[in-house]
Design a protein around this ligand. Structure first.
Ligand code: BGC
Length: 369
């Protein structure tokens, strides 16, 4: 639940007889984050931090409690715009969240279930999380705070240029799932167009027999397929490029090194990343594979969507920044090794280097739209 002390700050935004606000909400694997902002000035905001929720019922309880607390702080508060970001494809204003566990009915959410006082009818947006992230990139661009949060990778292979391309930009995030959205700027439209995608679920393109990593990758992909698909089907990129994917990759490399099969519940993805950064071999190989496949997915996405720029965002990317820089040469090779090399010459890749929550920025941006 969110603290009422933080909510008190909204009182300062009262104008006349009412207190008009906007609400941005980002629902992640472990719970939700909320930003309240002044309807008249989005520069005035309060971030309420994180509240736990891993089921629809828990999420609704947190939001209903928030609605109550806001009215308790200031009974004249009126929410004039809201947006909520969720993982999974949204159809008919309904989503089955992909980053929560359990039966589908416990993680299904419709916009109509949200408390009306916080999510006003016809002024609320239900967004895919990467769609929100892409709006966050646009918001950061408009506020001139985009460039400072990224470093351009592979500058010996690609020209320098703006993160938000004049044409198309792919915004990617590898967290509890693998998300991707496209931003298109075109003279045909006044504003950039954001297209949410489900490209993290593309099936992996394996390397062929004479590739130097063929054997190692073949075994890893088989290990993942054995776990999810009875060894029959090619896994999706998210099966390795995600928290659960890193656990599985570590299980594979640890077994290869020691012969021991660790139960997945005993493997913490965050710990694996820390060990990898410290140079422990099994963890290093797991995190390396996690990023190699990420760049392979990025290559497929950037080429098939004709992107000039490819943005690797999220706090994990920031935490793993030293590791990414350490293996940058290998990642470069992976990214630019493509069957149509001439398509790759001008694709720019950016890696987030400092913490900025683009999903919250994007939901707030849309709440004010
Ligand atoms: C979902 C996407 C989401 C991504 C990142 C995937 O599992 O299907 O909609 O953008 O995870 O959270």
């Amino acid at each position: 639940m969110f603290s009422i002390d933080l909510i008190q700050q909204i009182k300062e935004w009262k104008r006349g007889s009412t207190l008009p606000i906007c609400l941005g909400c980002d629902v992640g694997g472990s719970g939700l984050r909320v930003r309240l902002s002044d309807f008249h000035d989005s520069a005035k905001y309060v971030d309420l931090g994180h509240a736990k929720a891993q089921k629809t019922a828990e999420l609704l309880k947190v939001l209903e409690d928030l609605q109550q607390k806001i009215l308790q702080v200031e009974p004249t508060t009126v929410c004039l715009g809201a947006a909520i970001a969720v993982a999974g494809p949204i159809k008919n204003n309904t989503v089955i969240l992909t980053n929560w566990k359990g039966p589908a009915e416990e993680r299904t959410l419709s916009i109509t279930q949200l408390p009306k006082g916080l999510f006003p009818k016809d002024r609320s947006y239900f967004l895919n999380d990467l769609e929100a992230g892409a709006y966050g990139v646009i918001a950061a661009y408009e506020q001139s705070i985009l460039e400072e949060n990224f470093v351009q990778l592979f500058t010996d292979r690609a020209p320098t240029g703006p993160i938000l391309a004049k044409g198309r930009t792919a915004v990617l995030a590898m967290g509890s799932g693998l998300g991707a959205a496209l931003v298109t700027r075109t003279p045909l439209l006044k504003n950039p167009l954001v297209l949410p995608t489900e490209l993290g679920h593309l099936q992996i393109a394996p390397n062929m027999a004479t590739h130097k990593y063929f054997q190692d990758e073949q075994e890893l992909i088989q290990h993942i397929s054995d776990h999810y698909y009875g060894g029959k089907l090619d896994p999706e990129y998210e099966d390795i490029c995600s928290g659960r994917g890193l656990q599985l990759a570590f299980q594979f490399y640890h077994k290869k090194l020691t012969g021991e099969v660790l139960p997945l519940e005993q493997i913490d993805a965050g710990d694996v990343a820390k060990k990898a950064i410290a140079g422990e071999k099994d963890a290093y190989n797991a995190l390396r594979a996690h990023y190699i496949f990420y760049l392979r997915a990025a290559k497929a996405i950037a080429t098939s969507l004709s992107c000039e720029s490819c943005v690797l965002s999220l706090d994990n990317q920031v935490k793993n920044h030293p590791f990414v820089m350490k293996i940058a040469k290998e990642l470069e090779e992976e990214f630019y090794e493509f069957i149509r090399p001439d398509w790759m010459t001008s694709v720019r890749v950016y890696s987030q280097k400092s913490i900025l929550n683009f999903n919250i920025l994007g939901t707030d941006y849309m709440a004010h739209a």
